[in-house]
Write a protein that binds this ligand. Structure first.
Ligand code: SF4
Length: 353
C-alpha cells in the first residue's frame, strides 16, 4: 500500500493535516512501505529553510548547520537527537529510527538562502543533529547538491558521519577541497561487533567505517575519528580502548577524540531500557555515575581522560579541535577570516579533554 498526499506543493502552503511543527512547511508525502526500506516510512517535506544558526565559537561567532533529515535509521540507542522527534509528535524511540523526515527541496532552498542578503555564511557543519549519510541519503541524494552549493558559495565544509555512503561523494569532496577547506570525521564508538550491532543496530559495521577512513585518506583528505561515546562498563576497558585506538591509527586517521556517554532526555530512556534488559548488573554503576543528570560525574571523566590520553599520544593521533556550539570538528582554517560579531554566549559542551 502506498499513501500519498501531493496537495499544496508550495513552501507557503499551510497543511492542516501536517505533523505538528511541520504545518507551514508544505506538503508531506508519506510512503509506506518503501522497497529496500522495510519498516521505514519517509515523510518528504518542502522545508522553508536549510541553514540553521548555532551560537558557538565558529566563524562570525557561531556556526551554520544543515540537517537534511530528521530521525536516523542508524538507530543508535544513545543518540542525543532522539528527543527532537517528540517536537513532531513522534516518539524518541522506534519512531526516531523508522519515521524519517526528508527535506526534499533542501538544495533549492539552500541555493536561495546563499544567494540572498543573509549574513555571510563562510563555514557550515553537517551531521550536528542527525546523520547526513544515513541510509535515506542513498535514496534521496541530497548531499551532492548541498556540497556543490556550499562550494560555489565559498563556504568551508565540516562533515561528521557514521555512514559509509560517504564514499560515494569522495571524488566530489576531493574536488571541492581544492577550492574550499573540507573537514571529514567518521564516528566509530564500538570495536566489539556483537555489542556494536546491539547498540547501533542500523549502522555500518566498525570494519566498514574504518575502511571508509582509509578511503577518505586515499582521496587526499584528512580524516578525524570521533571514538565516542564511550560506554561505562562496556567499552571503557583498557583492552577495548587499546584495540580501538590501534585500529583507528592503522586505518590512517589523522586525529581522534573521545568522550563518555551523555544521557540526555530521549536517549536516556531508550539506552537505559536496553541496558536494563541486556546488562542489568550495570544499572547500579550508571546510577552512581549519572544520577539524574546527563553527564557522567567528573571523577569518571577524569579517569577516562587519563586512560585515553596516553593512547592518543602512543598512536600519534592529534586531538580533534571542536566547536563549542555543535561539538563537531571545527571548520578547517581559512586564509581569510571574517570579523567576528557579538553573539549570545553558547552553552558549553562538556567533553573529556
Ligand atoms: S548516526 Fe548519529 S544521528 Fe544517527 S542515530 Fe546514530 S548518533 Fe543519532
Amino acid at each position: 500500500m502506498v499513501c500519498m498526499r501531493w496537495e499544496g506543493q508550495t513552501a507557503t502552503h499551510v497543511d492542516a493535516d501536517a505533523l505538528p511543527g511541520l504545518e507551514e512547511r508544505g506538503s508531506v508525502l508519506e510512503q509506506w512501505p518503501t522497497p529496500g526500506f522495510d519498516g521505514v516510512s519517509f515523510m518528504e517535506i518542502t522545508a522553508k529553510s536549510a541553514l540553521n544558526r548555532v551560537p558557538g565559537d565558529g566563524f562570525m561567532g557561531g556556526s551554520w548547520t544543515i540537517n537534511p533529515y530528521r530521525g536516523c535509521q542508524h538507530a543508535c540507542r544513545y543518540c542525543f537527537a532522539r528527543n527532537t522527534h517528540t517536537y513532531l509528535d513522534l516518539d524518541a524511540g522506534a519512531d526516531f529510527d523508522s519515521r524519517i523526515v526528508v527535506k526534499a527541496n533542501l538544495v533549492e532552498v539552500l541555493e536561495r538562502e546563499l544567494a540572498g542578503p543573509r549574513r555571510a555564511v563562510d563555514a557550515v557543519q553537517l551531521g550536528t543533529n542527525t546523520d547526513p549519510y544515513q541510509r535515506a541519503e542513498g535514496r534521496y541524494r541530497l548531499m551532492p547538491g548541498v556540497l556543490q552549493a556550499l562550494a560555489r558559495h565559498g563556504a568551508s565544509i565540516s562533515i561528521l558521519t557514521k555512514g559509509t555512503l560517504l564514499r560515494r561523494d569522495l571524488p566530489l569532496l576531493a574536488s571541492i577541497a581544492r577550492d574550499v577547506p573540507v573537514s571529514v570525521a567518521m564516528s566509530i564508538a564500538i570495536f566489539d561487533d556483537e555489542l556494536q550491532q546491539q547498540v547501533e543496530p542500523g549502522t555500518p559495521t566498525t570494519r566498514s567505517r574504518l575502511a571508509t577512513v582509509t578511503a577518505v585518506r586515499e582521496a587526499g583528505l584528512d580524516c578525524a575519528v570521533f571514538a565516542m561515546p564511550i560506554l561505562p562498563g562496556l567499552t571503557d576497558t583498557r583492552e577495548h580502548l587499546e584495540h580501538a585506538f590501534g585500529v583507528i591509527a592503522e586505518a590512517g586517521a589523522t586525529s581522534a577524540i573521545a568522550s563518555s556517554l551523555h544521557l540526555r532526555p530521549g536517549a536516556r530512556e531508550w539506552y537505559l531500557s536496553w541496558l536494563r534488559q541486556e546488562h542489568p548488573h550495570l544499572m547500579p554503576l550508571y546510577a552512581s555515575l549519572y544520577g539524574r543528570g546527563a553527564y557522567a560525574k567528573r571523577e569518571y571523566r577524569d579517569w577516562l581522560r587519563d586512560r585515553i590520553g596516553p593512547l592518543l599520544r602512543q598512536h600519534r593521533l592529534a586531538r580533534v579541535r571542536t566547536t563549542a556550539g555543535t561539538g563537531l570538528a571545527a571548520p578547517p582554517p581559512r586564509a581569510r577570516q571574517l570579523p567576528s560579531t557579538s553573539q549570545p554566549t553558547p552553552e558549553p559542551v562538556p567533553t573529556l579533554f
